[in-house]
Design a protein around this ligand. Structure first.
Ligand SMILES: [Fe+2]
Length: 423
């Protein structure tokens, strides 16, 4: 559990949701993360970035500006560094008298325990206010900076924040407060203003939190982190992107052909089949020259969109994945190993499992991961109902409805989707 009473705190949070910032004082039995966790998060993030993985990532700043490569290297824990205290010393020695910030993005990937602890509370909250269409994003803001480097701003996400190390103070103003101050708007950025915090602090609601408190503020609320001390502080921020649009879901659902990344190596050379546009004598590109690959890709995308119930299934995939992961999305996939046919299949908390039928297809989601059964909807329904009620079944029972060539995919879904009975 995140809080001493997840259901009760979620109900109270729902009452201020979208209205105003609020602190739930001493709501948690212990901090969501501590100094040692933060240090593990830094190590895991640095390793992932050095290995070129897409998640998790980090961002660094010195005196409010992004770091150069040389400066960034000084943030990487040196080989002899074993603890948070040693790491803090390394940073302070490297950047004396400078304000630094370390942002760990997708920190739920670097520190899976954060996701485990936060998710049940989110289910309780989203039962009241609805699940976020655009999901949630968790990061840790750490450093010794006095004020949020980019100043007073607003975000389009609701935020839940806890302080892991030190205390965190945030100043808030309602949207109307700066709404008509065109003189303060930064051209091109509706969400940032160039106002001095000290000019407006008397009108602000200032809230301070310690490691056991939970702070909430609504989307579209002006805010800035402030602090007097030069001490190291680190806070977990969970951005809840509640509003979304249909275009975003369509874009995610349509399996467009992958575009090769720049500098991704020689394999990408293979995709340069459209290098140079040839023109005919009339100075126009000849239609007959459309490369075969272009036409094939087009037809493939169209076939996917025209298949039976494609729109319903695409929408289901998005919503079921969101609901069963509280917006975190699927977990990082691990190699599932060899199939164990007699392995038990069960779910710990039934809120992380959901499914829906569309004609003969059943889309099943567990902890954000998806699997599509393409036949026997009634039997699949009965089977997952059994699992959701807390009963156990075996892999073999489910595998009976899946063709042999898809068994490995099913096994990967069971393992990575947290459906393998472990004890
Ligand atoms: Fe913000």
């Amino acid at each position: 559990m995140l809080t001493l009473d997840d259901a009760g705190t979620a109900e109270d949070l729902a009452k201020v949701w979208g209205r105003r910032p609020h602190v739930f004082r001493n709501a948690m039995p212990r901090p969501v993360f501590e100094a040692t966790d933060f240090f593990s998060g830094v190590v895991a993030t640095a390793q992932a970035m050095l290995n070129g993985q897409s998640k998790p990532t980090g961002r660094l700043a010195l005196n409010g500006k992004s770091t150069s490569i040389d400066e960034a290297l000084s943030f990487i824990p040196r080989s002899h560094i074993q603890s948070f205290e040693q790491y803090e010393e390394q940073i302070r020695e490297s950047f004396r008298d400078k304000e630094f910030s370390i942002i760990l993005d997708n920190v739920d990937v670097a520190l899976p325990n954060i996701r485990k602890r936060v998710s049940p509370f989110m289910h309780s909250l989203f039962k009241h206010v609805g699940y976020p269409v655009r999901g949630i994003h968790s990061c840790v803001y750490a450093g010794n900076y006095a004020s949020t480097p980019f100043g007073i701003h607003m975000d389009d996400c609701h935020v839940i924040m806890t302080a892991g190390i030190g205390r965190k103070t945030v100043a808030f103003w309602p949207r109307e407060y700066f709404e008509h101050r065109r003189d303060l708007m930064i051209p091109g950025s509706m969400a940032h203003i160039q106002a001095k915090v000290s000019d407006h602090i008397d009108d602000a609601v200032v809230l301070e939190i310690g490691p056991l408190d939970l702070l909430y503020w609504p989307a579209g609320y002006w805010h800035v982190g402030i602090s007097d001390a030069k001490d190291f502080h680190a806070a977990l921020s969970i951005g809840i992107y509640h509003k979304g649009n249909a275009a975003g879901i369509v874009k995610d659902a349509v399996a467009l052909p992958p575009v090769a990344n720049a500098n991704s190596g020689l394999p990408s050379y293979d995709s340069l089949d459209m290098d140079g546009i040839k023109i005919s004598a009339t100075n126009a590109p000849a239609v007959s020259m459309a490369p075969q690959r272009f036409t094939d890709m087009w037809n493939e995308v169209r076939a996917g969109m025209l298949s039976e119930n494609a729109a319903e299934i695409a929408y289901l995939k998005h919503t079921l994945s969101t609901i069963t992961s509280v917006g975190f999305g699927p977990p990082v996939l691990e190699s599932p190993g060899a199939i164990q046919h007699m392995a038990g299949v069960a779910i710990g908390d039934s809120r992380f499992l959901a499914w829906q039928n569309v004609a003969d297809t059943t889309v099943v989601a567990s902890h954000g991961l998806l699997f599509e059964f393409r036949s026997n909807p009634d039997e699949i329904n009965a089977l997952f109902l059994k699992i959701k009620r807390g009963e156990e079944t075996s892999f073999t029972e489910i595998a009976a409805f899946v063709p042999t060539e898809r068994l490995h995919d099913l096994w990967a879904f069971i393992v990575n989707g947290g459906l393998l009975r472990t004890s």
